[in-house]
Design a protein around this ligand. Structure first.
Ligand code: NAD
Length: 347
């Protein structure tokens, strides 16, 4: 059986370390880290996320400042709040919960957050620093993925890693972090040919597609490590909804280790947000944070992380999830392998 990587336990550990860092800062006479959380509108899922973030802040000793704004808040009003928070010395991290109402340009708002306070790590300055290995704040979910991997793999050097999904907030930063660790990285997406083949070569698969049941047992090499980032809410038999990942968990028990959904990557995201807030506070207090590369980002063409280009483009029929799976089933080899995962459990 594959080892189940317990994201809740690792997240608790990360939060305990963060609390110790907060306590040490305060004991040394430094300011207590403060996080501003902005919620525009009344999206129920966002309400839940924001509530959890605020609760977890309190548990590790971070001060949180909640800013609730009505759904009809204008973009200039939101930008004005961010400008105020950027200048506020009590605020070390600013989080603007997405999705924002449609009349607000999400990319513009997130770029307005000072990079030194951008605890989500979405600002182009932080993205650039990650890509060039020059520090900065690392997006929370990718950072969480690396911390989970660290619990089962000592050294990623030379390992083959397949990342499924190339979004700017999950897939791409994960790929960058893997490259930093000297892994050989293949980044794949909805238009990738032979995804099953690529996965079968991989020592590590990070699935971040949001496509339930995409990664089947026969896609997985015995002994590989699988991190399932995907979270999709699906309706069960009796109309009740539950969360599922991108990986068919029961079929990948010949892997070395796998994360469950829920209880895998999810809890790590908030734990890493708290860790990022403390990092941001420490760097601001020590004067080591940087706010720009002196670039006028607003003059650049907007190929931003939030335009969801994939979702908007028509999908080539041969690359839809069902077609991908069908293509794999059609190949003789996979047809054989697909009934053979039990075999791996016994070798
Ligand atoms: P996204 O929609 O921005 O990107 C999805 C990516 O997956 C795209 O690059 C797309 O090309 C690729 N893709 C989609 N279907 C595919 C398929 N059938 N085959 C191959 N590639 C496919 O999504 P995102 O924001 O990157 O999030 C991805 C998933 O991770 C979602 O399920 C999301 O809910 C989840 N997520 C979880 C956490 C967490 O805390 N655990 C955080 C962020 C995102």
């Amino acid at each position: 059986m594959a080892e189940i990587i317990d994201g809740r336990a690792v997240a608790k550990q990360v939060e305990a370390e963060t609390k110790a860092q907060v306590d040490a800062m305060v004991a040394a006479g430094k300011p207590r880290p403060g996080l501003a959380v902005i919620l525009v509108g009344e999206d129920p899922a966002s309400e839940v996320y924001v509530g959890r973030k605020i609760k977890n802040c309190a548990e590790v000793g971070i001060r949180s400042f909640e800013h609730r704004m009505p759904a009809d808040t204008s973009e200039p009003e939101l930008l004005a709040l961010i400008a105020t928070l950027n200048e506020d010395p009590e605020i070390h991290g600013i989080l603007c919960q997405v999705p924002l109402p449609k009349h607000i340009d999400t990319g513009k708002v997130l770029r307005a957050i000072a990079p030194s306070k951008d605890v989500d790590g979405f600002h182009p300055v932080n993205v650039g620093r990650l890509s060039t290995g020059t520090g900065g704040i690392i997006p929370c979910t990718p950072l969480g993925v690396m911390k989970l991997l660290d619990t089962v793999i000592d050294d990623l050097t030379g390992l083959d890693v397949v990342v499924i999904g190339k979004s700017n907030i999950v897939g791409k930063p994960i790929a960058m972090l893997m490259l930093e660790r000297e892994a050989t990285v293949t980044v794949t997406h909805i238009y990738t040919e032979n995804l099953a083949d690529l996965c079968r070569q991989a020592d590590v698969i990070v699935a971040a597609a949001g496509a339930p049941g995409l990664v089947r047992g026969y896609w997985v090499k015995p002994g590989a490590v699988i991190i399932d980032v995907g979270i999709t809410r699906v309706k069960g038999e009796h109309g009740k909804t539950h969360l599922v990942g991108d990986v068919v968990f029961d079929e990948v028990q010949h892997a070395k280790a796998v994360t469950p959904v829920p209880g895998g990557v999810g809890p790590m995201t908030i734990a890493c947000l708290l860790a990022n807030t403390v990092q941001a506070a420490r760097e601001q207090v020590d004067g080591t944070s940087r706010d720009s590369f002196d670039i006028d980002w607003d003059d650049l063409p907007d190929r931003s992380m939030f335009s969801k280009q994939d979702a908007e483009r028509p999908q080539a029929a041969s690359h839809t999830f069902e077609e991908n799976r069908k293509a794999s089933y059609d190949a003789d080899w996979y047809a054989e392998a697909s009934v053979d995962t039990d075999f791996y459990l016994h070798i």
